[in-house]
Design a protein around this ligand. Structure first.
Ligand SMILES: [Ca+2]
Length: 484
């Protein structure tokens, strides 16, 4: 921020504060080092240190009580990250009717828990997912670029300390199902980033849906499959890549195994639908297994739908009738099944369920996709509000007030720090790097107005393009461009 806006007095003050506080961090004994947050955090800490410390003592007391009431087990965490769902796209019955879609199960979850109105993500898949996993802006981990087609050849660095690792160290069983999109190199696999078990596509939905002959016939992509090679001029028959890995599963410390497709089998929409259904079944099975175990658990379920390049169903399921609205309706049923399973397993009271989008709408497939930037301007890939302000809901019976709505700003990185605290492993958060995520447990446990940030810095890949502070937002000019 300061490098791009050298004349801004506030930025200089923030930079000075950061140096001042980081000096403390360096001098303190290793075990007593505070987490290193971004500079703006210290402007707030300077004003609220005493108040937050008092609040934290009360939160710790409540956490200890909860743990005691649950046989010494911290809460299970079920985190469902929805692909490309801007704020207002789901879980709000009135807006469902405006949209012409139906998401009654997420609406029920919201009614039983809390609705965030200012949850910010990064503007696209990979950065948001990396930010959640590490508590750090994607730029800091090199994950600010979203690779679209296989192979990627990059991924989440092995030396990042993920939330799965923090929870695992705190005694949690950790399980990932669904989209990963954090690279296809070995160190980036979920089973090498803290998950005991994982089932995921090696890349993302593009390999399943865009790079198919069906998609070519629909005009969504062209000239990718063998059938589309120009017979006269396409001399190089090895130019296109067909033998990339699709869906895999494995366990920590082991190898990955590909499943669900035969050598030479053509990719079709049916295969994509089959894979999505299998992820749902695996998530349900994982829930049952995890609930039967002795450990608290972290189930990380990142469905591939509602991204719907091809229709997910042969029937129109919603008044909207669009691919996205219909796929969202299917996903809503999936989430309903999961929540019902949690309730039937008798673990609801000690299980936090969180559902949120990873970025704004995928308008790039308009109009066929049915996506629009209908509430806030901007879409996936942009730091306009429509690109980064996402729907988000959390349920934690007996702790989060039913039907509550919070207006505080929260960023996806905050969940890292917050979940670590819930698990009792704040100490495991690394001190040798900046962690952007601030602890928002007071917001979850105490509700509206108890958030701990009033700002977010928003990047489009490696460029700081916008900052939100309170009710204000500035879109920064690109480097070297004079806004005057
Ligand atoms: Ca996404």
């Amino acid at each position: 921020m300061e490098s791009q806006c050298p004349n801004n007095a506030l930025s200089l003050l923030i930079a000075a504060m950061a140096i001042y506080f980081s000096g403390f961090a360096i001098d303190a004994p290793a075990t007593a080092q505070p987490i290193q947050h971004d500079a703006e955090h210290y402007v707030l800490l300077h004003q609220y240190a005493d108040q937050w410390a008092a609040e934290d003592r009360e939160i710790d007391r409540k956490l200890a009580e909860l743990r005691e009431a649950n046989g010494g087990k911290p809460p299970n965490i079920v985190y469902i990250l929805i692909d490309d769902m801007a704020f207002g796209e789901y879980g709000m019955p009135a807006l469902d009717k405006v949209r012409g879609g139906r998401t009654p199960n997420i609406a029920e979850l919201a009614a039983e828990g809390l609705t965030f109105t200012r949850m910010y993500s990064e503007p696209i898949c990979t950065p948001t997912r990396a930010a959640f996993m590490t508590g750090r802006l994607a730029l800091r981990t090199g994950m600010h670029i979203t690779k679209v087609t296989p192979p990627e050849g990059v991924g989440l660095p092995g030396d990042e300390i993920t939330i799965a690792e923090l929870l695992s160290d705190a005694g949690y069983a950790t399980h990932h199902v669904g989209k990963w999109h954090l690279g296809d190199i070995k160190e980036s696999y979920p089973i090498n980033q803290g998950f005991d078990v994982a089932s995921f596509p090696m890349h993302n939905q593009v390999a399943f849906s865009f790079l198919t002959h069906e998609a070519e016939l629909e005009g969504l992509t062209t000239a990718f499959t063998e059938k589309a090679i120009d017979p006269d001029y396409g001399l190089d028959k090895t130019f296109r890549l067909y033998d990339y890995v699709l869906s895999v599963d494995g366990k920590k410390g082991g190898m990955l195994r590909e499943w669900g497709i035969e050598p030479g089998e053509e990719l079709t929409g049916d295969y994509y639908r089959k894979v999505n259904k299998r992820y749902q079944e695996q998530a349900l099975e994982a829930l049952r297994n995890l609930a039967a175990g002795d450990k608290p658990f972290f189930l990380n379920y990142w469905p591939q739908i509602p991204i719907a390049v091809l229709r997910e169903s042969n029937e129109f399921r919603t008044p909207n009738g669009g691919r996205m609205a219909d796929a969202m309706n299917i996903l809503d049923e999936y989430i309903g099944e999961l929540v019902d399973e949690i309730d039937q397993l008798g673990i609801a009271d000690n299980t936090i369920v969180m559902v949120m989008g990873d970025n704004g709408s995928f308008k790039q497939t308009m109009p066929e996709g049915g996506y629009t930037d209908w509430l806030f301007r901007g879409v996936k890939g942009q730091t306009l509000e429509g690109g980064v302000r996402v729907g988000a809901f959390a349920r934690w019976p007996g702790v989060i007030e039913k039907g509550s709505i919070v207006g505080d700003i929260i960023h996806v990185t905050d969940l890292y720090t917050t979940f670590a605290r819930i698990a009792g492993n704040t100490e495991g958060i690394p001190r040798d790097r900046v962690v952007d995520g601030v602890d928002q447990l007071p917001l979850l446990m105490t509700g509206d107005t108890h958030g701990r940030r009033d700002y977010v810095h928003l990047y489009e890949m490696n460029q700081l393009t916008a900052t939100v502070k309170q009710q204000m937002k500035i879109h920064w000019p690109p480097p070297s461009v004079n806004p005057a």
